[in-house]
Design a protein around this ligand. Structure first.
Ligand code: SF4
Ligand code: SF4
Length: 334
């Protein structure tokens, strides 16, 4: 009976609406496939964990990072963090508007938080890496928007990894997109993400997420707890007062006002990736040189490339094959 109130809509219409509302890319993933293939089977986070009824489709929206802020090479430049926060806020509004439209068409829908971590996942350790309810990078691959790169960042043909992601769940009966079969990543012989990483946390199709978080969220919860603890434990009253009034306190306060430096942070690995139609015309002249590169980083990349040439793949890489795609760069050119 309820079906009479549902307006028939197509996948193209859903995508066109997302673009009209402000997204730069929109893809649609099959919720059932995502339920069957969680990125980490030891800790599965599936669309069905959010909703039993309204999660047949995961509509993934991407907004590009603006090139002007990408061209700022300092990973913790506060203008960069602020620009990304603006883009994220705009994308969240786009998702909400898309949800309202889907519901006007008769299909209940729900937003997937791009940064919010359920308090049920917190184990009392502020420094421990906590993941979101759904991995939106993996959802974006399932939605045909791109593939995962050497450090497991999403890479898209249009903007490389320079996108922010959000998603909506709905059981709107539209055709899902197909995953890309071939990786977009150029592999260890490129390795620019590893060379540029200020925390040196990039592995072979892997990343040390806990240490990355210190850069991805420089004024985040771990930092806040450390700063407060330092101030509480300072025995000298004058130094204690100075800590409370310090630039660090100011940055934490300002970050909490808007979320920049908390929900946004380092993206140096995204900035320098040469994949993406935007790289050469908009970024190459500013970002080609990588001052953070060292001989030790290069030696690690050479070892990775040699292992791949022998047909060896890291265990982390094997576990992520579905989302990395086939390593087409290893194929001999005809
Ligand atoms: S976000 Fe920053 S710290 Fe994390 S992998 Fe990328 S470059 Fe490294
Ligand atoms: S910088 Fe190079 S190695 Fe890293 S994700 Fe991009 S293409 Fe892959």
């Amino acid at each position: 009976m309820v079906d009479v109130f549902k307006k028939p809509i197509t996948a193209d219409q859903v995508k066109a609406k997302g673009i009209a509302l402000g997204a730069d890319l929109v893809g649609i993933a099959d919720g059932k496939a995502m339920n069957a293939f969680p990125p980490d089977p030891r800790d599965p986070r599936r669309p069905s964990d959010l909703s039993d009824l309204d999660a047949d489709r995961v509509i993934v929206l991407a907004k590009r990072c603006n090139s002007g802020s990408t061209r700022l090479a300092r990973w913790n430049d506060r203008h960069k963090l602020y620009n990304d926060e603006l883009a994220l806020a705009s994308l969240e509004e786009t998702v909400l508007e898309l949800i309202c439209w889907l519901e006007e068409c008769g299909y209940p829908a729900i937003a997937v938080p791009p940064t919010y971590v359920d308090r049920g996942f917190y184990r009392g350790d502020p420094a421990a890496h906590m993941t979101t309810i759904l991995s939106l990078s993996h959802a974006a691959v399932e939605a045909g928007l791109g593939t995962l790169g050497l450090n497991l960042q999403l890479i898209t043909p249009q903007f490389g990894p320079r996108v922010l992601l959000a998603a909506a769940l709905s059981s709107v009966p539209v055709q899902p997109d197909r995953r890309m079969e071939q990786t977009l990543c150029l592999g260890p012989s490129c390795g620019r993400c590893l060379k540029a990483c200020p925390g040196d946390v990039v592995g072979h199709w892997d990343r040390d997420w806990q240490n990355c978080d210190r850069y991805r969220s420089p004024q985040g919860f771990a930092h806040l707890v450390e700063h407060i603890t330092r101030a509480i434990e300072e025995p000298d009253p004058e130094r204690q007062k100075a800590l409370v009034r310090s630039e660090e306190s100011f940055n934490l306060w300002q970050s909490m006002l808007r979320g920049s430096g908390i929900n946004t942070g380092c993206r140096r690995c995204q900035d320098v990736c040469p994949v993406g139609a935007d790289y050469t015309p908009m970024l190459k002249d500013a970002l080609d040189e990588i001052p953070e590169a060292t001989p030790a980083k290069q030696a690690r990349l050479d070892a990775m490339a040699a292992a791949e040439a022998r047909g060896e793949r890291s265990s982390a890489g094997q576990a992520q094959t579905r989302w990395i795609g086939e390593l087409s760069y290893l194929k001999p050119t005809p």
